[in-house]
Design a protein around this ligand. Structure first.
Ligand code: SDX
Length: 446
């Protein structure tokens, strides 16, 4: 007869039937003891289902609202150490990629797992540059939005609409199809983002200029007016490219988890990534960079910071751009962005809100409230100051986050689609409602 340990070990794929590391659990309800295999620092939640009080008992569930302690997948894309403030894409430290790489090279790295050779990078760049245009009908689709529609709402809608322009994108098990959709999404996200901005401004759309590099082309689609050829300031284009790198991926964050969950149903990547944009839109996630600048404007001056901090401690305010589910240390991206501020402000002039932000950070990091909760600046704390200095309205800040994150969403979607352990995401619940109630006719309801 197979013991519970051997059965569990077999479940964990430990073929010799004996798990090296195990968790021993004794159920006080029955006195039964179980040995659950520990693999890669985790137990399989499904192994808990053998813990029953009777044969018809469903078995034990793991209850984890907001997935505070649940690994949803195995991934080789991004490594985070929240305590040490470490972030690596495919094993390369973010600091080195921000200093030496470009966004398109990083996008290749995330998608393919290795840094490209010169020939691979040239092909990748050419493919992306030749897919930056969108179908002309997309323009009339965007024209349908109110003039003051939030650009994240327009981006969310237009990316979802792209799934109708590429109906074959639902052939998700065809590697060649996945490859062309990957290229299209990375190539077209800036175009749709820029069209959304121009729609808000009431200005004509600017078509991509494939003589320009990725970030410079985006600036051109935002700001080109009557000049024949838009020439982006190389320092601003470089700073923007670094911001795209820093936002490219961040393991199983809210929006990436949404992309994976939606994609697990077998839908096309445009629809899955539209869901990612929706999740990123929220103020607790990518929408925070917009909320940070609104917060700094509301604070108004350094003299008002103590009152604001008091409001945070009293629970009336939230210090937007601070805190993180994983980082219990300084977000390494925030450190790099703070440095990038200097490069941008050299060109644009210092954003007057920078003083308030740096003073706010200094005071907060000295306050027990923040230190005891390990609340440090995250990626959103300084990024909005750069976007504002680049002349972007606050509503465009989360859109900038979405452009950078597209390569990460795609890489994670590709990994999920090819992961034999994955199937449609369908969590369980603990039911707390009523049971077996008889219908009450309308006339008899009190
Ligand atoms: C991103 O997951 C990712 O990787 C995300 C991201 C990515 O690249 O994809 O890094 C991008 O989304 C960065 C986060 C951007 N959001 C913000 O800056 C919004 C402000 N921050 C928070 O709302 C909050 O810190 C979260 C949402 C980021 C994290 O929240 P958690 O992990 O659920 O922590 P929590 O809300 O349970 O807070 C723990 C405690 C609470 O106090 P107590 O109940 O213990 O008294 O810390 C407090 C919170 O009230 N707290 C804050 C705070 N963040 C947490 N108090 C004041 N200001 C804050 N910003």
């Amino acid at each position: 007869m197979t013991t519970k340990t051997e059965a569990a070990a077999a479940l964990a794929g430990d073929t010799d039937g004996k798990a090296e590391d195990t968790l021993r659990i004794t159920d006080s309800r029955t006195g039964e003891t179980y040995e659950i295999p520990i693999v890669d620092g985790a137990i399989r939640s499904l192994d808990l289902r053998q813990i029953k009080t009777s044969e018809d008992d469903f078995g034990l569930l793991a209850y984890d609202p907001a997935f505070m302690n649940t690994a949803s997948c195995r991934s080789a894309i991004t490594y985070l150490d929240g305590d040490l403030g470490v972030l690596e894409y495919r094993g390369y430290p973010i600091e080195q990629l921000a200093e030496h790489s470009t966004y398109l090279e990083v996008a290749y790295l995330l998608v393919h797992g290795e840094l490209p050779t010169a020939a691979e990078l040239a092909t990748w760049t050419h493919e992306i540059k030749t897919h930056t245009f969108v179908h002309e009908n997309v323009k009339s689709f965007i024209q349908g939005f109110r003039h003051d529609a939030h650009p994240m709402g327009m981006l969310l809608g237009s990316i979802g609409a792209l799934s109708t322009f590429y109906p074959d994108a639902n052939q998700i098990h065809d590697p060649a199809n996945r490859a062309i959709q990957t290229i299209r999404l990375i190539a077209k996200m800036p175009t749709l983002a820029a069209f959304s901005y121009r729609h808000n401004m009431g200005q004509p759309y600017v078509y991509p200029d494939n003589d320009l590099e990725y970030a410079g082309n985006f600036l051109g689609m935002l700001y080109k007016m009557t000049e024949l050829k838009y020439q982006p300031d190389p320092r601003l284009a470089k700073a923007l490219d670094v911001l795209f790198i820093l936002h490219a991926d961040h393991e199983q964050n809210c929006s990436t988890s949404a992309v994976r969950a939606i994609g697990s149903s077998g839908v096309d990547p445009y629809s899955a990534i539209a869901g990612g944009i929706a999740a990123l839109y929220g103020p607790s996630h990518g929408g925070a960079n917009e909320e940070v600048v609104r917060m700094l404007l509301r604070i108004g001056s350094k003299e008002n910071i103590p009152d604001f901090i008091a409001g945070v401690k009293a629970g009336r305010e939230r210090l937007m751009g601070f805190g993180h589910r994983v980082y219990k240390n300084y977000d390494p991206r925030a450190r790099i962005i703070k440095k990038a501020c200097d490069d941008v402000f050299e060109v644009t002039g210092v954003n007057p809100l920078l003083d308030i932000a740096t003073e706010l950070e200094k005071i907060a990091l000295g306050e027990e409230y923040f230190v005891s909760r390990s609340l440090y600046p995250n990626v959103d704390f300084y990024s909005g100051l750069i976007y504002q200095a680049l002349g972007m309205p606050m509503a465009m800040f989360p859109v900038m986050f979405a452009i950078g994150r597209t390569s990460g969403w795609i890489a994670q979607w590709l990994e999920m689609v090819q992961d034999s352990e994955q199937k449609i995401a369908r969590p369980r619940q603990i039911y707390t409602g009523e049971r077996n109630r008889d219908y009450v006719p309308l006339a008899e309801r009190g």
